[in-house]
Design a protein around this ligand. Structure first.
Ligand SMILES: Nc1nc2c([nH]c(=O)n2[C@H]2C[C@H](O)[C@@H](COP(=O)(O)OP(=O)(O)OP(=O)(O)O)O2)c(=O)[nH]1
Ligand SMILES: [Mg+2]
Length: 140
């Protein structure tokens, strides 16, 4: 029978964490949507939160870091078969603590060029990486 449930839209706060040219990425776990792909850490924005609040909460919960400085980079919408996501991506350039996978997820610092190739990523992340490279070209 076809699924007639309306497709949910998730608003997701996403942290593009940059340190000395490398990005901090995490592997999605086997029980998650898009399992096995590498992502920029983050998670759903709750009803009572700003995106920045959600970003800070998620990066503390997932990586144990305190965000000091972050700025909006791109908002990328993508339709999956089971859901639509609105990825509200922020560039994080200053934080306290040593980022690590607090929830047992594999993590690594990766070169920008290795993201989405050596480390396979979800489709919309290609647009996020493009926005990052364009932004860095402007400011450097
Ligand atoms: N965090 C994150 N999610 C991404 C990225 N690219 C991408 O398509 N997504 C998708 C995967 C999921 O469908 C959705 C995030 O929702 P989720 O439900 O997995 O979020 P979560 O488990 O991390 O959230 P939470 O329970 O921690 O609040 O966004 C990305 O780079 N980072
Ligand atoms: Mg998450």
């Amino acid at each position: 029978m076809p699924n007639t449930e309306p497709k949910p839209t998730l608003h997701v706060a996403v942290g593009v964490i940059l340190r000395e040219g490398d990005l901090f990425i995490a592997k999605r776990q086997s029980d998650q949507h898009l399992a096995g792909l590498w992502e920029f850490p983050g998670g759903k924005v709750e009803a009572d939160e700003t995106v920045l609040d959600a970003l800070k909460r998620e990066l503390y919960e997932e990586l144990g870091i305190d965000v000091i400085s972050a700025a909006p980079l791109i908002r990328q919408r993508h339709e999956y078969d089971i859901r639509t996501v609105v990825l509200d991506c922020w560039l994080v350039t200053e934080f306290n603590g040593e980022a690590h996978g607090k929830e047992g997820q594999p993590t690594t610092w990766a070169k920008i060029e290795a993201c989405a190739s050596t480390y396979p990523m979800p489709e919309p992340n290609v647009h996020i990486l493009k926005a990052l490279v364009e932004y860095l070209d402007q400011v450097q």
